[in-house]
Ligand binder design. Structure first.
Ligand code: NAD
Ligand code: DAU
Length: 351
C-alpha cells in the first residue's frame, strides 16, 4: 500500500462520505476508520465498502491517549484526517464537558500520537483537522467569514472546536507538525443524523410531527452538499499547504424558515401530497441559547489556490437528499429507534 491513512469519526455523517471517497478513489491506500461508535456513529453508513481490501475499522475512543499511541505505533499512518467529534450544538449546551473531552482532549491525544510516531520523519506526513465555520462566531446581515476572520465562538461546541484548531496550529508552530485545517459550513445529504435541522424535518414530515423552528426562523446558514465537502477534504489533504487553513463553502445562504419551506414544498411533491400539507407542521419554538445569527463562508482561497468548486447546486443536492431519505426509510427508522446500534454487534461479533 502506498499510504496508510487514519480517518477518525469515519462512521459519522461526514466521515462516512470521506471514508467512501478515499476507499474507492485510492485502492492503493490503506484506509483505517477509527471511531468510538457513539450515538452518532453508524457502521450501516459504510455497508458498501466494509469488505474492501484496503479498508479496516477500529473501534476506539480518541479520549484514550495510550490506545491512540498503540494504534499509531502498530499501523504507522502517513496521514490523519480527523473528523471525530461531538458535533451537535444543542447537546453541547446540555453536556459541555463531553465536548471538551472529545473535541479538545481527543484532538490533543491524536496530535501527541502523530508527533511521537512521526519523530524525525515528517516528509510526506500530514495531519488534516476538519473544523467548522462556527469558530468565527456570528455575522451580521452582511459580510463573509474569511480565513483571517478572528475566532469568536459562542457555543460550547464552537468553543471546543476553536480550541482544537488552536492546538493544531500550536503543534505546527511549536513542533513543526505538518498540519492543515479546513473550516466548513453546514453540510447536508445522505446519512445526516436526524437531530440536525434538515433530516429532523424530513423525519417529522414522514411521521406527521411538528417541524420545530427556533426563534423567529430568520437565522441563516450556508449549506454545502456532504459529498462536496468530502471532495474538498481530499483536495486539501493532498494539495493544501502545511500550516494553512482553508474555508469550504458553496456561497449558498438560506434563512432557516425559507429552507424548511422549500423542503416542505419538495416533500409534498415527492410524496404526492397537496401543496402546503407539510408546511402546516411548521411550529415556532423557544430559541437556542446563544444562537448565532448568520454564517456565510468566503470560499475564494480554496477556489483560487486549489481550484475547488462544488459539484452540485443546492436544488440538485436537496432533491437528491430527500430522495435518499425516502429510498432509505429503513435507515432513518433504525436510527430513530436506536436499532442501528445493534449493527456493530451483529457484524463485528469477534472484535
Ligand atoms: P457526527 O456527529 O455525525 O459524527 C461524529 C463521529 O465521531 C461519529 O461517528 C462518532 O462515533 C465519532 N466520535 C465521537 N466521539 C468520539 C470519540 N471520543 N472517539 C472516537 N470517535 C468519536 O459529526 P459530523 O456532522 O459528521 O461532523 C464530522 C466533523 O466535521 C466534526 O469534527 C465536525 O465538527 C465537523 N463539521 C461538521 C459540519 C456539519 O455540518 N455537520 C460542518 C463543518 C464541520
Ligand atoms: O456551520 C457548521 C455547523 O453546522 C457544524 O459545525 C455543526 O457540527 C453542525 O451541527 C451544524 O450546526 P448548526 O447548529 O448550524 O446545525 P443544526 O442543524 O443544529 O441547526 C441549523 C439551524 O437550524 C440553526 O440555526 C438552528 C436551527 N434549528 C435546528 C434544529 C435542530 C431549528 O430551528 N430547529 C431545530 O430543531
Amino acid at each position: 500500500m502506498k499510504k496508510t491513512i487514519v480517518i477518525t469519526g469515519g462512521a459519522g455523517f461526514i466521515g462516512s462520505h470521506v471514508v467512501r471517497e478515499f476507499v474507492n478513489k485510492y485502492p492503493d491506500y490503506h484506509i483505517i476508520n477509527l471511531d468510538a461508535l457513539t450515538y452518532a456513529g453508524n457502521l450501516e453508513n459504510l455497508k458498501d465498502v466494509k469488505d474492501a481490501p484496503n479498508y479496516t475499522f477500529i473501534k476506539a475512543d480518541i479520549t484514550h491517549a495510550a490506545h491512540m499511541l498503540d494504534i499509531f505505533r502498530e499501523y504507522q499512518p502517513d496521514g490523519v484526517i480527523h473528523l471525530a467529534a461531538e458535533s451537535h450544538v444543542d447537546r453541547s449546551i446540555t453536556s459541555p464537558t463531553d465536548f471538551v473531552m472529545t473535541n479538545v482532549v481527543g484532538t490533543v491525544n491524536l496530535l501527541n500520537a502523530a508527533r511521537e510516531t512521526w519523530q524525525g520523519q515528517l516528509e510526506g506526513k500530514r495531519f488534516h483537522h476538519v473544523s467548522t465555520d462556527e469558530v468565527y462566531g456570528t455575522l451580521g446581515a452582511t459580510g463573509l467569514f474569511t480565513e483571517d476572520t478572528p475566532y469568536d465562538p459562542h457555543s460550547p461546541y464552537s468553543a471546543s472546536k476553536a480550541s482544537s484548531d488552536h492546538f493544531i496550529r500550536a503543534y505546527h508552530d511549536t513542533y513543526g507538525l505538518p498540519v492543515v485545517i479546513t473550516n466548513c459550513s453546514n453540510n447536508y445529504g445522505p446519512n445526516h443524523f436526524p437531530e440536525k435541522l434538515i433530516p429532523l424535518c424530513i423525519l417529522n414530515i414522514l411521521h406527521g410531527k411538528p417541524l420545530p423552528i427556533y426563534g423567529d426562523g430568520k437565522y441563516t446558514r450556508d449549506w454545502l452538499y456532504v459529498v462536496d465537502h468530502a471532495r474538498a477534504i481530499d483536495l486539501v489533504f493532498h494539495e493544501g499547504e502545511n500550516g494553512e487553513s482553508y474555508n469550504i463553502g458553496g456561497f449558498n445562504e438560506w434563512q432557516n424558515i425559507d429552507l424548511v419551506r422549500e423542503l416542505c414544498r419538495q416533500m409534498d411533491e415527492k410524496l404526492g401530497q397537496a401543496p402546503g400539507t407539510a408546511a402546516q407542521l411548521i411550529t415556532y419554538v423557544k430559541d437556542r441559547p446563544g444562537h448565532d445569527l448568520r454564517y456565510a463562508i468566503d470560499a475564494t482561497k480554496i477556489n483560487t489556490e486549489l481550484g475547488y468548486e462544488p459539484s452540485v447546486t443546492f436544488e440538485e443536492g436537496l432533491s437528491h437528499t430527500i430522495d435518499w431519505f425516502l429510498e432509505n426509510r429503513e435507515w432513518l427508522e433504525r436510527v430513530n429507534s436506536g436499532a442501528y446500534q445493534d449493527y456493530y454487534h451483529e457484524q463485528y461479533k469477534d472484535k
